[in-house]
Design a protein around this ligand. Structure first.
Ligand SMILES: NC(=O)CC[C@H](N)C(=O)O
Length: 224
């Protein structure tokens, strides 16, 4: 499996992402945002987390215009898989490759800690190694993680199994750290080849660092 990881000025999770996928056995390449091509044989494009363009204007709003995003869009439109983690999720919503938007956290604070997530949708190329209702423990680190979508859009997401993850507590009851609509932590597009989430599975690859639950999430891509 080959994974292409996109870097913008201000991206800071690309090496963690590379480490995580290589640990699972993938070959990886880093792709600078000025590139206009991504390797034709890539199986997965990951838009990594961080603070692209310093989060000026709005998180992801400037990165969305980088040259590489045309190649990411072309890859997605061919049915290729794309995963956006945290700032990558913000870039994908700004690009309209994913529905909804990420607003400033409700309480206006940056949050950096582990948080539990409940699997809502697993019939996709991302979370198929987990069962619906499974609870995983994954770090979050953001100030703009407050997912918003209007009521019609929300209904469409549930009708089409596009809601992937809810924020919850260790027992699986809803626990919303940032004000997201329905405590949504991750979604996919209607075609189910573009995925985005605010939490960082690439930072949860070994128990000694707090959790290895990220493995089971990312392993889904190896199954399909
Ligand atoms: N860890 C990250 O990717 C940070 C995401 C984003 N820039 C925010 O703070 O909301």
């Amino acid at each position: 499996m080959k994974v292409s990881i996109i870097q913008f000025p201000g991206t800071n999770c690309e090496y963690d992402t590379q480490y995580a996928f290589e640990k699972l056995g993938a070959a990886t390449e880093l792709v600078w945002h000025k590139e206009t091509k991504i390797a034709d044989d890539t199986d997965l494009v990951v838009v990594a987390g961080g603070f692209s363009y310093g989060d000026y204007l709005r998180s992801g709003a400037i990165a969305r215009f980088s040259p590489v995003m045309q190649a990411v869009e072309a890859h997605a439109n061919r049915g290729g898989k794309v995963l956006g983690i945290c700032n990558g999720f913000q870039v994908l919503t700004e690009s309209r490759l994913l529905p909804g938007a990420l607003k400033r956290n409700e309480h206006l604070h940056f949050i950096s800690r582990h948080h539990h997530l409940k699997v809502v949708g697993n019939e996709n190329a991302f979370l198929n190694k987990l069962d619906k209702g499974d609870v995983v423990n994954i770090p979050i680190a953001h100030h703009d993680g407050n997912y918003y979508i209007d009521p019609d859009g929300l209904k469409a997401l549930y009708d089409n199994d596009q809601v992937l993850l809810h924020y919850c507590d260790a027992e699986g009851s809803i626990s919303n750290p940032n004000g997201s609509v329905d405590a949504i932590a991750g979604v996919c597009n209607a075609a189910k080849n573009v995925f985005g989430l605010m939490p960082h599975p690439e930072r949860a690859m070994e128990a000694i660092l707090g959790s290895a639950d990220g493995k089971a999430m990312l392993e889904g891509f190896f199954a399909s």
